[in-house]
Write a protein that binds this ligand. Sequence first.
Ligand code: ADP
Ligand code: MG
Length: 194
Amino acid sequence: MKSLDTFDFVAIPGLNKSLLLELMRCEWIDKRENIIALGPSGIGKTHIALALGLAACQKGLSVLFTTAAALVHELMEARDEKRLRTLQKHLANVKLLIIDELGYVPFTAVGAELLFEVFSRRYEHGATLVTSNLPFDEWTSVLGSERLTGALLDRLTHHVHILEINGESYRLATSKKRQKLTAQSKSTKEDGNQ
Ligand code: ADP
Ligand code: MG
């Protein structure tokens, strides 16, 4: 389980640490505010989202974690099976809804509308955390319609904390480090063999 105990703040100098620590207290959830975590792939967005979700669980708040693609898929399926209302109600009523990875998979017009409805129902009703690799001006590329994107962002960003995370991919940096260590240990072994 990802928590902030294993989070290396030094590795992500661009992150607003004091804001994140403040958000870990979960007051924003009680106030029905939102968080948008933005940054490139591998920078720690999912890790942070999970840590915030865990903090909320530990406070006894109901949390639902999903990816944008899985959520849209589930909404479409529920619609086909005539149980959309039940799912929508459930999605509207959790204290914290975490939608990870908005931006990798573009949605159909119906999918985007169903997703919009989730945001619309949660507006000033419950806290929502979204992570995305895309800056706001590119959200149209996954949601399709400019009008819908505008309306969605309008609701989502009315009461919002933005965590902008810049820098090099932690995933990439650690795998580079690992490769370097392997190469070093290989060369020391080879030296020893001489
Ligand atoms: P993203 O969601 O932005 O693509 P992840 O949160 O999945 O990135 O991070 C990629 C991997 O690197 C994960 O295993 C995550 O736990 C780890 N990681 C990322 N940033 C940090 C950090 N600052 N400290 C410790 N581990 C990190
Ligand atoms: Mg991620």
